[in-house]
Design a binder for this molecule. Structure first.
Ligand SMILES: Nc1ncnc2c1ncn2[C@@H]1O[C@H](COP(=O)(O)OP(=O)(O)O)[C@@H](O)[C@H]1O
Ligand SMILES: [Mg+2]
Length: 388
């Protein structure tokens, strides 16, 4: 844990450092003798805890702390002061100061206060949440991969309450943002890649087109010239970050397998391969499946999505399955009118055609994805058998 100590009283600062260091040698300290001196570097240091000796700190100085705490939402604050007035205490609590300790310092209360914060920090970092990465890949151009990726993202956010980031990794001709929004994206993957060294959750969020509070889309580079700047390492860093901040990270990689899309596939939990039931699609998809398997991706990772499916066509579902040697995960019906309206207006199908069969199929996929395997195992049937 990184701790910033701020105290005009050097001796007090040194004794605090000694007490805290003795208890846990892994604690790292940065020392400042005034709030002003600390103010300039607190942002870069990103401390877990700031301990401020404000022995004459009054209500006015709380404004300084308030600014600190707004800029550093992951930082906890402990304030030491003599004779804190009730107004001061209330003000301190309101801006999120975790503890106000009275001076002269009682070492035990300092240790307890710091240990509490440290425990909580350790818990949240071990419970660090890792989202699922779902990559849409088109068996052939025009399969519906982008349409399905965007609309599944919207449904996971709007109907399942998940936080979702859709990243358009089509380095050429990426168009995902236009499927769910009529806004021209202010930033794209190129901006994120060129700022990769300072990429954090807030930079990522602000680079996306926000469709819902919990659903953002990062647009693809505007042209091939900008796409050249994107390196596989950038994708690696971007996905590592995105996974820890969103429940679902949905990627649209089109149908190219190259160094960048392979990096994306390395982070992927489910590969959604979108196909249609015509011979050219099946032929191309067979090659693509072969390529994915020879790259070492497990067959179980590949989920076959049969789009624009019409019962009774020339090629039956079972023909597709036997030719590709793989079960179809979900079929999506053909629904020309509703899909065209959604695509042409840039409005998610869930919003304009809630009861369309395509919407229902997407809800079905979202349902399958979000079901907790543990809950399923101990579902109503098991329960019944156990208690019979
Ligand atoms: N289930 C569907 N029913 C009707 N039309 C569809 C369906 N899915 C996709 N489409 C149409 O296919 C077009 C191509 O889809 P798109 O997502 O751009 O394909 P890809 O990304 O695989 O190249 C879309 O513009 C849409 O109009
Ligand atoms: Mg596409």
């Amino acid at each position: 844990m990184k701790i910033i100590l701020i105290s005009p009283d050097r001796a007090l600062m040194e004794s605090m450092r000694q007490i805290l260091q003795m208890e846990n040698a892994k604690r790292e300290f940065v020392l400042f003798d005034s709030v002003d001196a600390a103010a300039q570097s607190i942002g870069q240091e990103s401390p877990d805890l700031v301990i401020l000796n404000g022995h004459s700190l009054g209500i006015d100085q709380l404004a300084v702390l308030e600014r600190f705490s707004h800029q550093n939402t992951n930082t906890s604050f402990i304030v030491l002061c003599e004779n804190a007035t009730p107004e001061f205490l209330i003000g301190a609590m309101r801006i999120g100061v975790k503890d106000v300790l009275s001076l002269p310092l009682v070492p035990k209360s300092l240790s307890t206060a710091v240990a509490l914060i440290e425990n909580k920090l350790n818990k949240t970092s071990t419970l660090q949440h890792i989202g699922k990465v779902i990559t849409f890949i088109a068996g052939k151009g025009g399969s519906g991969a982008t349409f399905l990726a965007c609309n599944l993202g919207y449904i996971l956010a709007s109907s399942f309450g998940k936080s979702v980031a859709l990243l358009d990794l089509n380095l050429q001709f990426g168009d995902a943002a236009l499927f769910v929004s009529d806004k021209v994206p202010a930033n794209t993957l190129t901006d994120v890649a060129s700022n990769i060294s300072r990429l954090d959750a807030s930079l990522l969020a602000s680079s996306m087109v926000q469709i819902l509070p919990n659903f953002g889309v990062l647009a693809a580079p505007e042209d091939a010239e900008h796409a050249v700047a994107i390196k596989p390492d950038n994708i690696d860093a971007l996905l590592k970050l995105a996974k820890t901040h969103y429940d679902y990270v949905i990627l649209d990689i089109g149908r190219t397998l190259n160094a960048t899309s392979v990096k994306a596939l390395d982070h992927t939990d489910h590969i959604f391969l979108v196909i249609q039931e015509t011979l050219p699609f099946i032929r191309d998809s067979k090659r693509l499946i072969h390529a994915l398997l020879s790259l070492g991706y497990a067959k179980e990772k590949i989920q076959l999505v049969l789009n624009r499916y019409e019962k009774g066509g020339d090629i039956q579902l079972r023909d597709v399955e036997s030719t590709l040697n793989m079960k179809v995960f979900e079929t999506i019906p053909n629904s020309y009118e509703a899909v065209s309206a959604s695509v042409n207006q840039g409005v998610p199908i869930m919003k304009i055609a809630k009861h369309d069969p395509v919407t229902k199929a997407l809800l079905n996929i979202a349902d399958k994805l979000t079901v907790d395997p543990k809950v399923k195992k101990d579902g109503w049937l098991t329960h019944l058998l156990h208690h019979a």
